[in-house]
Design a protein around this ligand. Sequence first.
Ligand SMILES: [Zn+2]
Length: 325
Amino acid sequence: MQDDRISIQHNPDPAGIARTPQDFLRQLDGPTLIVVDGEDNDRCRALSTLLHGNELSGLRALHGWLRRGERPRVRMLLFILSVSTALADPLFSHRQLPGERDINRCFRPPFGDRPGRVAEQLLELLEEYKPECMIDIHNTTGMNPAFGVATHEDPAHEALVALFTRRLIITDIRLGALMEISRPEFPVVTIECGGNRDPAADRLAVQGVLRYLQQDEVLQLPAAGLHLDLYHHPVRLELSPETEIRFADEPDPDADITVPRHLERYNFGQVGAGTFLFWLGPRGRSRLRLRDASGAMCCRNTSTASATASMRPSRSSFSWSPTIP
Ligand SMILES: [Zn+2]
């Protein structure tokens, strides 16, 4: 397996594709681009999935579609990159390989390490094929509704997200994620299909991928308009690498942060000021960092009130959505 080179396959024979997603991945020679010719090969679209080895909804949708041998509307570039990560033991449990960078933080220089070299090749292949747009499909780790993330707010980005979901986060935070290469003439969006163990996320991926593959136009909103829930200017709550974190229903005295199991119920909900979120140990507050687009350290002013109390946002309420595309 050449693990830092992207292998390219053209129009794979559906009969030769293994029956299960894991056996299909074992057939691939490391990071792979599958090019499937369409009805109109003057046009081209790109799709990426499995940047994270434990997020399978997009892979399952693509695998099922490739086995059916259907022809897409336009030529498709299907990127399946983190093959060795997904196949590392235990199967489908690693977001990235231990000791490596998250490849979805590598789509900007420097490209010197293995995930960086793979990311750089993807960018070169996009330059070569010049697709009209790109979708990058992920899952969240916890239970979530589906949502899209984009760096631009315009009808083309909204139309791409609306193939899958009606929730869209417009982010101005820059991390080196694939969607950050988006520009008005080449829209790129992230789709978070829902939780990585949620069958509903798999179904949503199948339906959205089919629309993306089959529709003649994917960059225009319907003439009658569309209702989208838009979320602007997200902030990231980051933990320093040495943080001791526990998931438990009562505070762990050895932990910096103890997260109650019910925290997921706030996902995409409104959280009022004073709402209990998690317990902080003596060093807990110093482990937290709230980051916005400017990279500001805003945690100190938003007062994590005491060791046993909740994070209190500075505004009267905020929307809670664990977004890690
Ligand atoms: Zn992901």
